[in-house]
Each structure stands twice: as structure tokens, then as C-alpha cells.
Design a protein around this ligand. Structure first.
Ligand code: F6R
Length: 240
């Protein structure tokens, strides 16, 4: 696991963009696994700026998102589908037909997404990390071999995400459809972005702790090509 410690969020986003750009320009039909949330927004802004300034093209890029809330309309302002359009897809030359965000609420929907994923091989999977160490919406206790599945969100995740729902935990969906850890681990390369002191405990567990389902991100210690870009606040509990 390669760890890059940056001064702050902006430097973290710029560093992560360097990794992303190398992959995106390595082959025109690259396959990206994408994430939502606060962590990758700065990186997406760098990608949009680079597209505008340098013409880096996403014409043949295919994308597969990690997750989506259950029970929320695709075009709801809070859906991850809308998030991706607003933060990336609408601002680069990607073909909407090449973008995939999971959708649904049952086993069949999960199997259908996994079937789509089976047709490709993700070159780079972008991840954030939850305060409890979740990746995608794989909450503590999720078996490492799990594929795309329906998840009951933990109170900690519902509380963390209430900021997007008028700070009202009651408005936060209670379930999500998420790639599993087994799905995530199949990708060739993993890039994680993390910032803030509230993530420091999770970063410590992921990097220095035992590999355990209690800390889902610790599984990344078993992946051969992981780059974690953190800011100083998120790295503050690391012992070295
Ligand atoms: C989002 C996702 C989640 C987030 C995590 C961190 O697609 O899968 O695992 O990456 O909850 O969220 P932020 O970046 O908002 O702190």
C-alpha cells in the first residue's frame, strides 16, 4: 500500500488527479470505478479543469459507480446518479451510455449490476473511506468475498450523511445498493482519497491495524496496487 501524505484537501485532490490522469491517458477506453461523497469532489474538479484546459478526453471511458441509495429516485437531487452528473459527467465529454450507477433494491438488481461488471475489468477504482472504515457501503462485519448487495446502513453512516439531507437523520435512506468488497478487490488498481481528523481513526485501522472485517478498508492491505492519498489531519494518528 502506497501512502501519500498531503498538506490539505486541495493538495490531496491534486496528487490524486496525477494518478487518475496517468490511468485515463494510458488507454482511451479505460474503465473507471467511481465514488461519491465529499472526498473525491476536488479530484473531479481537477479532472473537469484538465478536460477544459488540455482537452483530455473521456469519449471512450467507461465508468461504474460503487453505490447508490435504495428508495431514492435516480433524478432526486441527493441521488448518487445526480451527484455524478453534477460533479463530473455533465462537464466532460463522456458518453452517458458508458456511465453506470447501480440502481435497485433487490437481489436481482445486484446480480444484474455484477453481470455488467463481469463484462469489463476495472482499471482504477476510486474510493473514499467512512469514519467506521467502510468502503463503498460495506459496513463493518461485511464478509470480504461479498459481491454487489443491498446494505443496511449503520447509524454512524446515516449520521455522517445527514449533512446532505438538511442534517435530518430521518431523511437519510436506510439502505443502499453497493459493490461488495469482493467486487472492489477485483479492480487492477485502487486509489483512495481521505481528508479530515474524523477519518484519522479509520486510516490508522486501515494502514496499521489487523486485516479484519471489523475494519472493512483493512482488506486493502491484501491488494497488490493501492495508493492512498491523505491529508495531514487524516494521517495524524499514524505512528510513522
Ligand atoms: C461513496 C462511498 C462511501 C464514501 C465514504 C466517505 O460512493 O462509497 O464509501 O466514500 O462514506 O464519504 P465522504 O467522502 O463524504 O466522507
Amino acid at each position: 500500500m502506497k501512502l501519500i501524505v498531503c498538506k490539505d484537501y486541495d493538495e490531496m485532490s491534486a496528487k490524486a488527479f496525477e494518478v487518475m490522469k496517468e490511468v485515463v491517458t494510458s488507454k482511451p477506453d479505460v474503465v473507471l470505478g467511481l465514488a461519491t461523497g465529499s472526498s473525491p469532489v476536488g479530484l473531479y474538479q481537477c479532472m473537469v479543469k484538465d478536460h477544459e484546459d488540455n482537452g483530455t478526453s473521456y469519449k471512450n471511458v467507461r465508468t461504474y459507480n460503487l453505490d447508490e441509495y435504495v428508495g431514492i429516485d435516480r433524478n432526486d437531487p441527493q441521488s448518487y446518479y445526480t451527484f455524478m452528473k453534477e460533479n463530473l459527467f455533465d462537464h466532460v465529454d463522456i458518453d452517458p451510455a458508458n456511465t453506470h450507477v447501480p440502481y435497485g433494491n433487490c437481489k436481482e438488481d445486484c446480480e444484474a449490476y455484477e453481470k455488467e461488471l463481469d463484462k469489463v475489468s476495472i482499471d482504477l477504482q476510486l474510493l473514499g473511506i467512512g469514519r467506521n472504515g467502510h468502503i463503498g457501503f460495506n459496513e463493518p462485519g461485511t464478509p470480504f468475498e461479498e459481491l454487489t448487495h443491498i446494505v443496511d446502513l449503520t447509524p454512524s453512516t446515516i449520521e455522517a450523511n445527514a449533512r446532505f439531507f438538511d442534517n435530518d437523520m430521518n431523511k437519510v435512506p436506510k439502505q443502499a445498493i453497493s459493490m461488495g468488497i469482493g467486487t472492489i478487490m477485483k479492480s487492477k488498481k485502487i486509489l483512495m482519497v481521505v481528508s479530515g481528523t474524523d477519518k484519522a481513526e479509520a486510516v490508522k485501522g486501515m494502514v496499521e491495524g489487523p486485516v479484519t472485517t471489523d475494519m472493512p478498508a483493512s482488506v486493502l492491505q491484501n491488494h497488490p496496487d493501492v495508493t492512498v492519498v491523505v491529508d495531514e489531519a487524516a494521517a495524524s494518528l499514524l505512528s510513522k
